[in-house]
Design a protein around this ligand. Structure first.
Ligand SMILES: CC(=O)SCCNC(=O)CCNC(=O)[C@H](O)C(C)(C)COP(=O)(O)OP(=O)(O)OC[C@H]1O[C@@H](n2cnc3c(N)ncnc32)[C@H](O)[C@@H]1OP(=O)(O)O
Ligand SMILES: O=C(O)CCC(=O)C(=O)O
Ligand SMILES: [Zn+2]
Length: 479
């Protein structure tokens, strides 16, 4: 037996990729940038004309090119059902997040347990680039423990909705304001950052909320926070609440969104559009119930608006490593449809897509895979493939075929793929056998019997590929 390299490789098959072949023209535009006046003077300089593409006045609040991440995998993420992080794992995750470039890392309350307190101190001693925060109840007992850990700042939270006031802590708004002021003043006296946040903000009374935020802003906090604790808010509600708050406080605004109804990334984006400055994330979104805004999802969303800004702040090629680290630690897989790192995030299959992608990747890609250390992949083993995609593989294999011949062999691939998806090895075999067939002077698939004979002969010499996985499934998110 003399197996060909193409049909026996145990490694993922060499894939047709356009990387480096076509300079992508990729210029996402921040349509929200306050770059154009809303009303422009007509050419004659007399009648003002409305510019329908100009941002609305309220878009001048937008921070989509000026925002920070508060990475809460080691706080909110520890509330995920599967999470148990030992000290070593916490340190590895903290190191990876810092290397990735997140501005803040939020840690579980040191009041939670003795080990939580020890771990908090230990991570503070690591000398990470990211600032370290811890997250506490609005209570002096928690605050006293927190300030002794060496953190750069303390995030204080208390529920403000009637649900939480009645069933969680039982305190009224007057008490909340009084204790907030006491705890904030104490944390500030230690010379570290302080943030005050309301829990369940979107089910809280707006007048209550604003009076609390006004009071804490007046005494001076680094940030106030809004939290969609139950994941009920939609982007429009987020926009309105953050914009209102922006008009009331002068400090930074942090936002925290749960994903119970699937809006966590969209809500984070709208919060930034409305003037929020900090977004809470966790790796893969892990957190209480189904979690919060995912780090990768937020990065993908913000990259679309301003890739250069994201590239300047974060080590984007590390995202996959960070996600794999956390996925392993909590024993989950990276979802197939994860933004950026899902196994098929840059796989193109339909012939119409493949042709255009080969001509210019921006046709069907808004994210550049190479900016994230990922590769583009074109799947040509399905019945949805087209001759342009097949031709690109023929060229990679350095087989000489005319366009007519490529179309001819594409018909054969489709015929086979009508029975089952063909792996890259299968396709390569068909292409090589076809090439041999026509090189011997045969008339391609106008002599189908001869071709099928050759293919069968090749397969019997090289072993059946019936057990091969479809090529796309061979792509793994983990190295
Ligand atoms: C929405 C969020 O994710 S908020 C962050 C959630 N994080 C955590 O809960 C951290 C892990 N938690 C823990 O380890 C524990 O719950 C602790 C140490 C904080 C408290 O434990 P315990 O004293 O045993 O109280 P328990 O958890 O049963 O109840 C919470 C207590 O905090 C009070 N409380 C709840 N929220 C707040 C708040 N934001 N500020 C002040 N007090 C609060 C409750 O009234 C209750 O007090 P009680 O002891 O008088 O009944
Ligand atoms: O501290 C915060 O802002 C958020 C707390 C939290 O996890 C939540 O409300 O879901
Ligand atoms: Zn939360």
């Amino acid at each position: 037996m003399c197996p060909s390299a193409a049909s026996t490789s145990a490694d993922p098959a060499p894939v047709p990729t356009t990387e480096g072949a076509v300079p992508p023209e990729f210029t996402p535009v921040d349509t929200h940038a306050p770059s154009q006046p809303e009303v422009v003077a007509a050419k004659n300089g007399t009648t003002p004309q409305h510019n329908p593409y100009a941002p609305r006045a309220s878009d001048f609040l937008s921070n989509v090119s000026n925002w920070k991440i508060i990475e809460s995998t080691l706080r909110e993420g520890e509330q995920f059902a599967n999470a148990f992080f030992d000290t070593e794992t916490k340190m590895k995750i903290a190191q990876a997040l810092s290397d990735f470039g997140v501005e803040y890392i939020e840690l579980t309350s040191p009041a939670a347990s003795e080990q939580s307190r020890e771990d908090c101190k230990r991570i503070c001693q690591m000398g990470l680039k990211s600032k370290i925060l811890t997250h506490i109840r609005c209570h002096m007992d928690d605050a006293r423990i927190a300030v002794e850990t060496g953190v750069d700042g303390v995030d204080i939270v208390i529920g403000t909705s009637s649900f939480l006031r009645k069933y969680s802590h039982g305190k009224d708004i007057t008490y909340i304001i009084k204790s907030a002021i006491e705890v904030i003043e104490f944390v500030k006296s230690k010379g570290i950052e302080v943030r005050f946040s309301s829990e369940d903000s979107f089910r809280s009374d707006l007048v209550d909320l604003l009076s609390i935020y006004r009071a804490v802003d007046k005494i001076g906090v680094n940030r106030v926070g809004i939290a969609d604790t139950v994941g009920c808010a939609n982007p429009r509600q987020v926009y309105e609440l953050v914009r209102t708050l922006r008009g009331v406080v002068s400090c930074d605004i942090e936002c925290h969104f749960h994903d119970d109804s699937g809006c966590a990334v969209a809500n984070a984006f709208c919060a930034l559009e409305a003037g929020a400055t900090h977004i809470d994330t966790s790796v893969l979104g892990i957190g209480e119930r189904n979690g919060i805004t995912t780090l990768g999802g937020l990065i993908a969303r913000m990259y679309v608006v301003n890739p250069e800004y994201c590239k300047s702040k974060y080590n984007l090629a590390m995202l996959r490593e960070v996600e794999n680290l956390v996925a392993d630690a909590v024993q989950v897989s990276v979802p197939f449809n994860n933004p950026i790192t899902g196994f098929c995030a840059f796989t193109h299959k339909a012939g119409i897509h493949a042709k255009a992608i080969l001509a210019n990747p921006s046709t069907y890609e808004i994210l550049k895979p190479e900016d994230f250390g990922m590769s583009r992949y074109i799947d040509i083993g399905s019945r949805l493939t087209g001759w342009n995609a097949v031709k690109s593989r023929v060229e990679q294999l350095e087989l000489e075929l005319t366009d007519e011949q490529v179309k001819d062999v594409t018909a054969k691939i489709k015929e086979l793929a009508d029975v089952r998806t063909q792996s890259m090895d299968d396709v390569d075999t068909v292409l090589r056998v076809y090439h041999k067939h026509v090189s011997s002077g045969a008339l391609g698939l106008r002599q189908p019997a001869r071709f099928d004979e050759l293919l069968a002969e090749h397969k019997s010499q090289n072993g059946s590929e019936a057990g091969d996985e479809p090529a796309a499934k061979k792509q793994k998110t983990s190295a």
